[in-house]
Design a binder for this molecule. Structure first.
Ligand code: F6R
Length: 613
């Protein structure tokens, strides 16, 4: 979604800002803009479309000299919410005097009433955005102290914000603040970079400060002064990012998605490393912060997430019930706080989120906390809002995921959920020997995934048969049912083929009406409980002319013969097999999308982290 970059230092600010925006392109956006200060005036350049158009625009409008003498500025990529992605709606927005500029992520929910009040005072608005209202409000509050003006304005807004503000009257500082939308400050050597995502900071420094909600910072080239909205100083630690700029590069791959699919053996090894205890037949997940007694007392596990993370939760549901003998259920994070979730202090609520910033999942965390549940998170982005608000949980260690379509985060989420289920299972149901056996299976996951990736060329070849289809159906049973849903989500989001995932048995309750001669059905027919019935479901599809692509267990020639095309999945525990199976479907979707010429890393309309409800 929207991205913020701010810079103050010694380098040419427009170039730094545009490079920073490029690093945030993966998040999804539809217009971009930047503001600098020159000769005591704010100058803005904006463009609908990509950062490359903004770059061309700024380099046409502004002289090279202007570029090189500007050492302070703010910039933004906008994912349209209030008003279409036009130049006029793009950020930065100015206040009435043109002396204050603002970039903003999030949504000002009471912008209509604020706008009406300001209009009553003679303000005129050019855009349809909530952000322009906030820019005017700050300007209206500015009585000569920008910091105080921002504080006063933020006291009046409802909603979420991550902001960066500059004023031509105070050209040696940027004010930044957050509530519900992340802000990270990179502390460099004689330069400070503000961003909504550490990816824009990597090229400058590894030293970062994460703002908390309602923090507001006065940032100069060599200082960061953080206060709360009542002007009381607060202390925030400087953290190390822990990954370098190469982690956010394609490193020779055509797309980030392909790179991230190939990174999975390593990402999974990182997610698993040091977390299996072969002596006790359990797992070591210190971040869960639970005593054996607390684990034994748990009444239920509730998994919440959105999209791909929700699908990981669905696999987790099978894992907790099968392995740990504990009642588990998955709830869509978006619904969680709008129904009446029956949650108590013996329930473990696990929030699953790659970004750790998804608004719906964050809202579910808050609801679960309010209801007294035992809440923890499973996030990839270190220091993200959900990770910090839960305080307890397990990081994925998958490394930065740049492609909008989630791949390595999903497989690492499932691996961590299996380890959590193993830990709970050992306290409830598993013998030491059972635990050791499962730990050995989990340890093998990176190698199993590598075996699927070796079939890349074969999968690319198969993809040719499916690249022209308009619809596709994915079917699975047991833990392969969520894999079918995830396979369908991957295909639809990056190839724009209409794809749906169903429980194989559900087909005949309705969706089978859609099958025609040649309709692709992707059947996950690995050796898991229910496979015989799965074969029956495949025959039902074949009888209606469907073209079947099967995922079959290695050496299962009989099942492979029922398929028009097949991909083999190494033999392993049925829950573990969900991981290599999904990797096969990621590669399949990738190659289909590539053949269709789609913009794989940044699919239309999608954003990497969805910070609005
Ligand atoms: C799909 C995808 C999305 C995300 C969803 C939740 O490939 O990436 O469905 O899974 O937006 O995002 P996180 O995991 O960051 O909460």
């Amino acid at each position: 979604m929207c991205g913020i970059v701010g810079y103050i230092g010694k380098s040419d600010a427009p170039t730094v800002l545009i490079n920073g925006l490029r690093r945030l392109e993966y998040r999804g956006y539809d217009s971009a803009g930047l503001a600098i200060i020159d000769d005591e005036r704010i100058i803005i350049s904006k463009s609908a479309g990509k950062v490359s158009s903004l770059n061309e625009r700024a380099r046409t409008d502004w002289s090279p000299d202007l570029f090189s003498r500007s050492t302070l500025g703010i910039a933004h990529t906008r994912w349209a919410t209030h008003g279409p992605p036009t130049e006029v709606n793009a950020h930065p927005h100015l206040d009435r005097t043109g002396e204050v500029a603002l970039v903003h992520n999030g949504i000002i929910e009471n912008y209509r009433s604020l706008r009406a009040r300001l209009e009553g005072k003679g303000h005129h608005f050019y855009s349809e955005t909530d952000t322009e209202v906030l820019a005017h409000l700050i300007g209206d509050c500015d009585k000569g102290d920008l910091f105080q003006a921002v504080c006063d304005a933020l006291h009046q807004v409802e909603g979420t914000f991550g902001i960066a503000v500059l004023s031509s009257r105070e050209p040696e500082k940027i004010i930044t603040a957050r509530r519900g939308s992340p802000i990270v400050i990179g502390v460099g050597d004689g330069e400070t970079i503000i961003a909504s995502d550490a990816a824009a900071i990597l090229a400058h420094t590894q030293r970062v400060i994460y703002l908390d909600d309602d923090d507001i910072a006065i940032v100069t080239a060599d200082s960061v002064d953080i206060r709360d909205l009542h002007n009381i100083p607060v202390t925030r630690e400087i953290a190390e990012l822990g990954f370098d700029a190469a982690a956010a590069e394609k490193c020779g791959h055509e797309h980030f998605m392909l790179k991230e699919i190939h990174e999975q053996p390593e990402a999974l090894a990182n997610a698993i490393r040091g977390r299996l205890d072969f002596n006790l037949g359990s797992s070591v997940l210190a971040g869960m912060g639970t005593s054996p007694r607390e684990l034994a007392d748990l009444g239920r596990v509730v998994l919440v997430g959105c999209g791909t993370s929700l699908h990981a939760g669905l696999v987790g549901e099978y894992a907790f019930e099968d392995l740990a003998d504990i009642h588990a259920e998955v709830q869509q994070a978006a619904e969680f706080r709008y129904r009446n979730p029956i949650i108590g202090n013996r329930d473990l609520v696990v929030a699953i989120s790659q970004s750790g910033e998804t608004a719906d999942t964050l809202a579910a965390v808050r609801e679960a906390n309010q209801k007294g549940a035992f809440v923890m998170s499973l996030c990839n982005v270190v220091g993200s809002t959900i990770a910090r608000e839960t305080g307890r949980g397990v990081y994925l260690h998958a490394g930065p995921e740049i492609s909008v379509a989630s791949t390595k985060a999903f497989t690492c989420q499932v691996a961590v959920l299996l380890m959590m289920a193993l830990k709970l299972g050992r306290g409830r149901r598993f013998s030491r020997e059972d635990g050791i056996r499962l730990a050995r299976e989990i340890e093998m996951i990176p190698a199993l995934v590598a075996k699927v990736i070796q079939q890349n060329d074969h999968i690319a070849e198969i993809a040719g048969t499916y690249a022209k289809c308009e619809h596709a159906f994915f079917i699975g049973r047991g833990p392969m049912y969520p894999v079918a849903m995830e396979g369908a989500l991957k295909l639809k989001e990056i190839s724009y083929i209409h794809a749906e995932g169903f429980h194989a048995s559900e087909l005949k309750h309705g969706p089978i009406a859609l099958l025609e001669k040649g309709t692709p059905v992707i059947a996950i027919a690995c050796d898991v409980p229910g496979k015989d019935k799965m074969l029956g479901n495949i025959e039902e599809c074949r009888a209606r002319g469907a073209h079947i692509l099967g995922l079959v267990s290695e050496g299962d020639h009989e099942t492979a013969e029922c398929m028009d095309d097949f991909i083999t999945i190494p033999r392993c525990h049925p829950l573990v097999a969900t991981i290599p199976a999904v990797v096969a479907l990621q590669l399949f979707s990738y190659h289909v999308a590539r053949l269709r010429g789609c913009e794989i890393d940044q699919p239309r309309n999608l954003a990497k982290s969805v910070t609005v409800e």
